[in-house]
Design a protein around this ligand. Sequence first.
Ligand code: NAD
Ligand code: MG
Length: 413
Amino acid sequence: MSPQAPADASPRPAPREESAPRVVSILGATGSVGRSTIDVLRAHKGRFAVSAVAGGSDAAGLARAALETGARLAAIADPSAYRALREALAGTGVEAAAGPEAVIEAALRPADLVVAAIVGAAGVAPTHAALAAGRSVALANKESLVCAGAAVMRAAAASGARVLPMDSEHNALFQALGEADPARVEKLVITASGGPFRTWSAERIATATRAEALAHPNWAMGPKITIDSATMMNKGLELIEAHHLFGLGADRLDVLVHPQSVVHGLVMFTDGMSVAGLAHPDMRVPIAHCLGWPHRLATPARRLDLAELGALTFERPDIGRFPALGLAVEALREGGAAATVLNAANEVAVAAFLDGRIAFSDIARLVALAREAMARERLAEPATVAEALAINDAARQTSDAILAGSFRSGILS
Ligand code: NAD
Ligand code: MG
């Protein structure tokens, strides 16, 4: 055979760099992902302009984010924080607004890209609003897909808006997939660090303290996702997130425990080749990828030296010690409203654990009980965001009622 190159093998011209600054809005600007986003933007001044920033209740942090980025609007969800925000921004020319509608308004301000980095189901409505209005979204807020994935992805498809995965595993999958059609892929694998309790016995995990659960070995993140990493619910939520982002069912999605958190995602193609995305665990890498896409932005993230690392290790997840992961896989397989209920119950459980009201092992127990209670209703997959949020509210109430009722917390034993 002659080694002649096929006619279409000439290198494609690189996409042209834009000259006008790309306009970005940041929802969840005061949080861990929001702050890292601002770091990356600051390192590329001139290439970006910030339109709006939004946050939950930290008025001082939000005012600072607005002033640092030159945003025109700062929207805070908690109305009782409005006064402090307005005072912090007095005389600066930045508009201050409050309430959940103001956060939606921030999501709808003209922008080329909306960074969705609110934590929890509170992010569903703003993320959906941005996508429905045709704004591309860099998605960190996985709970919006777990709660209302079908409705959110449908809104993006209808408006033509892009969802760029910012969660590190999904970002790695997105990069490894390239132009490939996910439907032609055999399997997508996401990795998990295993969290602080990877090597702990079930008995020791059961009574882990708040401080122990918050001590993540590889990532510095907000409290909710840090607890989700310790229970491994985070990986379960990410399987459901991957299902919505890439359209594959549970049987073609997998989790591997990988304590070094260097390989983030692995695409296994039907011909036996696998392509993986590797980087040191640093959210600035996937954040920069989304902000610059389809161009690359330089970041100061630590460079990989595989020889120095020496070995990368992998294990199968242990659902016996991490039942939350099993519950999420079950919800993904079941379909209907199972994931919406799982997510809501988990949010209630994590908040109760962080408040010292329940033990670590109670998190998965409460989620299982809430799922059991709600399963009797055989709810269909929510077709709209309004339906998803109604199920979310009902599941939160059910979880609260279980906690207030016969639930015997392990913390008492
Ligand atoms: P965080 O707790 O540090 O920040 C959460 C942000 O959401 C804050 O800005 C907070 O003010 C805002 N917020 C809370 N309630 C709100 C409301 N009702 N309306 C508007 N804003 C509200 O959390 P984080 O670690 O930055 O995580 C944010 C999201 O990104 C989560 O969904 C998480 O799972 C996901 N994520 C985080 C990381 C990470 O490294 N931190 C990595 C991947 C994915
Ligand atoms: Mg992740």
